[in-house]
Ligand binder design. Structure first.
Ligand code: AP5
Ligand code: MG
Length: 193
């Protein structure tokens, strides 16, 4: 059973590559960003609170993330269906909590895929998407803040999984197909072990 984490800076292609991974490996896509944006669109209490963090480029509090995610993970993994986690874990505390949950439900994280993209390219991609996305965080000021938060809070999650030998750095520059080829090789290598 494959339980993959896709990680990397804002705009690195987590969502884009998740769609392709889901199709090839028949996994369930769980994106905390998408779940939060659905709450925002519904104007739920959680959504309104989350938006105040997201629009400034900050992380939303861990508890809110667990409230929306832990049930979904348990539900999806129940029937031995693998998952791809996109945008989670976002800090070391979330990684520790994820591993505690996985142990509790007798499952295992297979691999963290870390997409590496140059900062200039990240900014270009997000500014371009901002022309049509309607996302409150796709503007230059918030993008810069998101990149800072990524470096300070999220990048250390890589070391957490490196130490568990469950880590693959992937060059995230190039065409979508080229990058997907690299990811598939990393997944196939892991599952052969
Ligand atoms: P989240 O939704 O996770 O956003 P993000 O990490 O900032 O990343 P994006 O979704 O913007 O980019 P992506 O890596 O998915 O790239 P994409 O494929 O879209 O989080 C948003 C906010 O929610 C956070 O800032 C935080 O506030 C909150 N949040 C979420 N999870 C949280 C958590 N666990 N804890 C606390 N807070 C949390 O691609 C980007 C663009 O580039 C697209 O337009 C795409 O078409 C294009 N593109 C993709 N690949 C290529 C390519 N190879 N070449 C050219 N263009 C490309
Ligand atoms: Mg995304």
């Amino acid at each position: 059973m494959l339980n993959i984490i896709i990680c990397g800076a804002p705009g690195c292609g987590k969502g884009t590559q998740s769609d392709l991974i889901v199709e090839k490996y028949k996994l369930k896509h769980l994106s905390t960003g998408d779940l939060l944006r659905a709450e925002i669109a519904n104007r739920s209490e959680l959504g309104v609170e989350a938006e105040s963090y997201i629009s400034k480029g900050n992380l939303v509090p861990d508890k809110m993330i667990f409230d929306i995610l832990s049930k979904a993970i348990e539900e999806q993994t129940k029937n031995n269906k693998g998952i791809i986690l996109d945008g989670f874990p976002r800090n070391v505390e979330q990684a520790q909590a994820l591993e505690t949950l996985m142990t509790k439900i007798n499952k295992e994280t297979s691999l963290l895929i870390d997409l590496k993209v140059d900062n200039d390219e990240l900014i270009n991609r997000l500014i371009k998407r901002g022309e049509t996305s309607g996302r409150s965080d796709d503007n230059l000021q918030t993008i810069k803040k998101r990149l800072e938060v990524y470096e300070c809070k999220t990048a250390p999650v890589s070391d957490f999984y490196k130490n568990k030998n469950k880590y693959a750095a992937i060059n995230g520059m190039g065409t979508i197909e080229e990058i997907f080829g690299r990811i598939s090789t990393a997944i196939d290598t892991t599952t052969k072990i």
